[in-house]
Design a protein. Structure first.
Length: 550
């Protein structure tokens, strides 16, 4: 049995020393913090990714360097498992331990202990594919990663500057290459070809859609969308905005999916481009989140978020399953989090099974795998649709009895190709939305009218220790601090259509308060009253109490 190449790891690790005062944590979004502090983390992630690959018999592991919708100076890194999914949860803790080993010797000890505990066979090959977004800190972080991969002797493939979902696609395509369930060609071209061909088949014979404005958040989505547009040809015209990839400070600044969701406003840069009635959408900094919107006839901004996308897509898929004559055999379900608008949950639950899970894509993804077809979206626009292997098999072998059934069956098969099932993918989701709009002859207005969003408000509360906040029931109720949930319940009861919940953020050092109510002013008031309760219960300094808290 081979051993760790201690000398190589040691000498290269000396070039990437851990800043002694920092503690890193592999959280919901991998490691994410100021890009300038991540050098040692990237080196170690390189070594760790290789060990994960060895542990899985040399199957290819992905590494994505991105901080998504965060400001440009931030950066981060996440690992992607062989099926294109997020890193298995138990390894998040291993990653945290490895990232925090203080000295090179501590690192060697930590690696040695990991290899022994997990019985990693070091004679197995290690294969890793990596990519980064457009952040300026990305280049040097990638070279730290490369040093880590070199230190342990991994076989590495550089996928260059690309979107997070494309990296996930590549991981799955590489690991299924030549197999019966091949995910596609393991190249960017393979990705664009797969998506665009499925899209063209799905919209064939439909009235051509009006051009779509795409806000690329001045990020990597700009180049990906430009390439996709070429493959789409005249099947769909994309008008790309916010494509300034190299302008310092432009990334995610006053644009992108997160800006739209959190401010509930049109990015100012689009004011002159979006005409009333026209559809627009925003990608985030690594193109895995998508928000749609339009201006109504009075020029008022109307947002079509992840919940609206879930409603549109789930209803369409249910309809196609029915038309294909497969309703009895294929069950469609939806997964949401507590942040889903109450009106969306009501709309969906009247039509199909809906499950609520804790925040974070991995929870949604795993819950969606339990359905034959699982649709999951976070309200912030991250989501996808999963077709179980048995369902894909059924679609491939089912004998339709009528031409109408055959058409619907083909649509479903093409949807399995159009949708990036590894992870939420803004470009794939965008094409999916466009397919449904084309089939239903919907503009933004008809789509929007599926249900009316309940007014809502999200507030951040800075507390001394967010870990004092513990939740149950998919984060919808607090169990600690004791007594606080009862006070929230008492408040909520006073508001028509009121709902509110409190949970610690997994990505920021804050506690989040969400509230909704029948009227906007009431939703705001409820949110600020609950925020006040949270602040006071957590022992917040009265002198620093935000003035909007009630
Ligand atoms: C309210 C909200 O939008 N929360 C986001 C945010 O998580 P928090 O744990 O709430 O910080 O970042 C996650 C990762 O991007 C995303 O999955 C989630 O939806
Ligand atoms: Mg993102």
């Amino acid at each position: 049995m081979s051993s760790l190449p201690l000398q190589a790891i040691k000498s290269l690790s000396e070039l990437h020393q851990k800043p002694s005062h920092l503690r890193f944590q592999y959280g919901t979004a991998g490691f994410r913090t100021l890009g300038s502090t991540l050098d040692s983390v990237l080196f170690r992630v390189g070594v760790l990714a290789a060990l994960r690959s060895k542990r899985l018999d040399g199957r290819t592991i992905g590494v994505m360097v991105t901080a998504s919708h965060n400001p440009e100076e931030d950066n981060g890194v996440k690992l992607v498992d062989p099926r294109g999914e997020m890193l298995e949860a138990s390894w998040e803790a291993h990653a945290t331990v490895i990232a925090n080993a203080l000295t090179t010797n501590d690192l060697l000890d930590a690696l040695d202990s990991l290899v022994r505990t997990l019985k990693i066979d070091l004679s197995k090959p290690a294969r890793v594919v990596y990519a980064r977004d457009t952040r300026p800190s990305g280049e040097s972080l990638i070279s730290a990663l490369q040093d880590g991969l070199k230190a342990i002797g991994a076989e590495a493939r550089d996928a260059g500057i690309t979107t997070t979902p494309i990296l996930h696609y590549l991981v799955k395509a590489i690991n299924t290459k030549g197999a019966k369930d091949s995910y596609g060609e393991d190249s960017e071209e393979g990705y664009y070809t797969k998506l665009s061909e499925a899209f063209k088949k799905l919209v064939a014979g439909r009235r051509r859609l009006d051009p779509l404005i795409v806000d690329c958040a001045n990020g990597v989505g700009a180049s990906a969308a430009a390439k996709l547009a070429q493959y789409l040809g005249d099947s769909l015209t994309l008008r790309l905005e916010n494509t300034s990839i190299t302008t310092p400070g432009a990334l995610n600044h006053a644009c992108g999916a997160d800006f739209v969701k959190t401010t509930q406003k049109l990015p100012p840069s689009l004011t002159d481009h979006l005409r009333p009635g026209q559809r627009g959408c925003s990608l985030d900094g690594d193109a895995d989140r998508l928000m749609y919107y339009y201006l109504d006839e009075r020029g008022t901004f109307r947002m079509l978020d992840g919940d609206k996308i879930a409603a549109l897509v789930a209803a369409f898929i249910v309809e196609q399953v029915k038309l294909a004559g497969l309703s009895d055999e294929i069950k469609v379900g939806v997964v949401q989090t507590a942040y889903a608008n109450g009106a969306s949950t009501k709309y969906l639950a009247e039509r199909l099974p809906v499950k609520c899970v804790p925040t974070g894509v991995k929870h949604l993804h795993h819950a969606a795998e339990h359905y034959n077809i699982g649709v999951y979206f976070e309200a912030n626009g991250h989501g996808t649709v999963l077709f179980s292997p048995a369902t894909q098999e059924k679609l491939a072998t089912h004998e339709p009895s009528t031409p109408a059934q055959s058409t619907a069956l083909n649509h479903l098969i093409n949807l399995t190709q159009l949708i990036n099932q590894t992870v939420g993918d803004a470009l794939s989701d965008m094409l999916l939305v466009e397919v449904v709009l084309a089939h239903k002859s919907y503009s933004g207005v008809e789509w929007d009218s599926l249900y009316a969003d309940l007014p809502n408000r999200l507030v951040k509360v800075v507390v001394g220790d967010r870990n004092a906040f513990k939740t149950e029931d998919a984060e919808r109720r607090l169990v600690s601090p004791p007594g606080l949930q009862t006070k929230i319940d008492d408040l909520v009861r006073k508001y028509e259509g009121g709902r509110s919940f409190v949970r610690p953020s997994g990505t920021e050092d804050v506690v989040r308060v969400y509230a909704e109510a029948a009227l906007k002013a009431q939703a705001d008031e409820l949110a600020f009253r609950v925020a006040g309760l949270v602040y006071d219960t957590a022992g917040g300094d009265a002198a620093k109490r935000p003035k909007e808290f009630l």
